[in-house]
Each structure stands twice: as structure tokens, then as C-alpha cells.
Design a protein around this ligand. Structure first.
Ligand SMILES: Nc1ncnc2c1ncn2[C@@H]1O[C@H](COP(=O)(O)OP(=O)(O)O)[C@@H](O)[C@H]1O
Ligand SMILES: [Mg+2]
Length: 255
């Protein structure tokens, strides 16, 4: 059975960092094969994983749009053959995981096209993966309904601010309105300052009807890795953020 994990939260809170560490944790615990889907238009999961920038599904769409009129499609190939070949170019195969990047899409109908490509791939191959991990841009509104077979676990990430927590509450509501009914939800705060959470923060969490599963500390090692251009997924075991997330993953996921 494939277990699907989606990550949501407003920009900059640490979704991609979490996804990178999640993928690294899953693979190190023998949780492969994994499909990683970068569904953020400003894709950078590959950087966190330390993988060269892949061809995106958005660029496959651009290519297909022009290919017909510029004779790019070999005469022996149907348009569908060409599309299938291009799609495979966009699938980055790493040890234990494959990465698919949706990328930026321009103009009308492109979300549909890119969603369609992803949907067809998932329908055909999702069952071959033990885990599917989806890094989203904020909520999940750009992934139209029914694309993901089923979301087993939704991680909602916030920074340690009242407005961040309000945004997390909105995302929880949006996900519900989109008809995505995750099997389970875990809400976490990332980049928490040292010491117990401020009373105002705890009050806002309660007001939003959220339940805090984990407070991941602000971690200088992440900052150092980020500044040096090193993949954060390779953070050492002594990283406090990594330790907090590992504990969360152990509690929340079937590892
Ligand atoms: N716990 C943390 N401590 C310090 N910096 C962090 C932490 N988590 C994430 N970051 C940094 O915050 C920035 C935004 O993180 P990112 O994962 O790209 O967020 P998102 O995907 O939600 O936009 C990155 O520079 C990342 O390295
Ligand atoms: Mg991101």
C-alpha cells in the first residue's frame, strides 16, 4: 500500500526543508521506493535534496506546445509517444527515490495540463512506491481535486508567529473545502525560539482549534548548511531540528 504525505503551510516556514529531511529519513529506514513531488512553482526541493535542477513538467508542457509546429516530434513517433518520452526526462531517478517537479506554468490551461500529467503518472505507477511525498506551495489549491489518490498524512507547518498560526488554520480549512480528507493531520511550528512557547502563541493555536504535535527549534546548522549551499537533507544527526522532526516522523508515520 502506498502511503501519501502532503506538506502545506505559508511560504518560508520550512515545508521544503521538512520534505527533504522526511525523504532522507524514509530512505535511511528502508522506506523506499519513494516518489517526491515538488508541487511548488518556485521549485527548490531538489536543492534541499542535493540534486541538480531537473526538467519540470511545466517545461515539458511548453515543449509539447511548440513541438508540433516546429517538427520536433520525430515522424515515427505519435504525439503521445513524444509526450511519454519527455515525461520520463522529467523524472529524476535517485537511489531510493524519484523526483518529479511540477514547476512554473504559464498561460491558460497549464495547471490542467501539468495536473493531468501528474495524475496519469500517479494512476499508473503510484502503487509501485511505498511513500509519495508532496511539497506544496501554500495550501493545496493548485493540485486540483482527485489528483492525489488519497492523502494519508498532512503536515501543516507554521513559523512561531500569531499570523503564521492563523495562516495554518486557514490552510486546514482550505484543505477541507477542497474535499481533501487526509487520514491524519499533524500541525507543527518550525523555527521555534529557545524555551517554552510564548503564552500568546499557545493561545492562538488553541483559538485556531489546532493541536501542536511538535515545535521544531530554530537551528543554526540549517542556516549554516543553507548559507554554504549544502543540501539540508544531509544535516547531521546532532542537528536539533532534525532530531525534533525524526521524533515526529516516528510518532506519526508507519516507519
Ligand atoms: N528550523 C530551522 N531553523 C533555521 N532555519 C530554517 C529552519 N527550517 C527552515 N529554515 C530555513 O528557512 C528558509 C525557508 O525554508 P523552506 O524549507 O524553503 O520553506 P518553505 O518551503 O516553506 O518556503 C530556508 O532558508 C531554510 O533553510
Ligand atoms: Mg518550499
Amino acid at each position: 500500500m502506498t502511503y501519501t504525505i502532503a506538506v502545506a503551510g505559508k511560504g518560508g516556514v520550512g515545508k521544503t526543508t521538512l520534505c527533504g529531511l522526511l525523504i532522507d529519513t524514509l530512505r535511511s529506514q528502508g522506506g523506499g521506493p519513494i516518489l517526491a513531488v515538488d508541487a511548488d512553482a518556485s521549485a527548490n526541493l531538489n536543492e534541499v535534496l542535493g540534486v541538480a535542477a531537473p526538467l519540470t513538467l511545466g517545461s515539458v508542457r511548453e515543449d509539447i506546445k511548440t513541438a508540433g509546429s516546429t517538427d520536433k516530434i520525430p515522424t515515427a513517433m505519435t504525439r503521445q509517444d513524444y509526450l511519454d518520452a519527455k515525461f520520463l526526462d522529467a523524472l529524476t531517478e535517485e537511489k531510493d527515490y524519484d523526483l518529479l517537479v511540477m514547476g512554473r506554468t504559464q498561460g491558460a490551461g497549464c495547471y490542467c495540463f501539468v495536473n493531468g500529467l501528474l495524475s496519469a503518472y500517479l494512476q499508473k505507477y503510484a502503487r509501485n512506491y511505498r511513500f509519495v511525498v508532496v511539497d506544496n506551495e501554500a495550501g493545496m489549491e493548485h493540485l486540483s481535486r482527485g489528483i492525489l489518490p488519497r492523502v494519508d498524512m498532512l503536515f501543516i507547518v507554521s513559523d512561531c508567529s500569531r499570523r503564521g498560526i492563523q495562516a495554518a488554520g486557514n490552510i486546514r480549512d482550505l484543505v477541507r473545502e477542497l474535499g481533501i480528507r487526509p487520514g491524519a493531520v499533524r500541525f507543527l511550528i518550525n523555527k521555534a525560539p529557545p524555551g517554552p512557547l510564548d503564552a500568546g502563541i499557545r493561545e492562538e493555536i488553541e483559538r485556531q482549534g489546532l493541536e501542536l504535535a511538535c515545535a521544531v527549534p530554530r537551528d543554526d546548522l540549517i542556516y549554516a548548511y543553507d548559507s554554504a549551499g549544502k543540501p539540508t537533507a544531509a544535516l547531521p544527526a546532532e542537528s536539533p531540528a532534525r532530531q525534533a522532526l525524526t521524533a515526529l516522523f516516528r510518532e506519526a508515520l508507519p516507519l
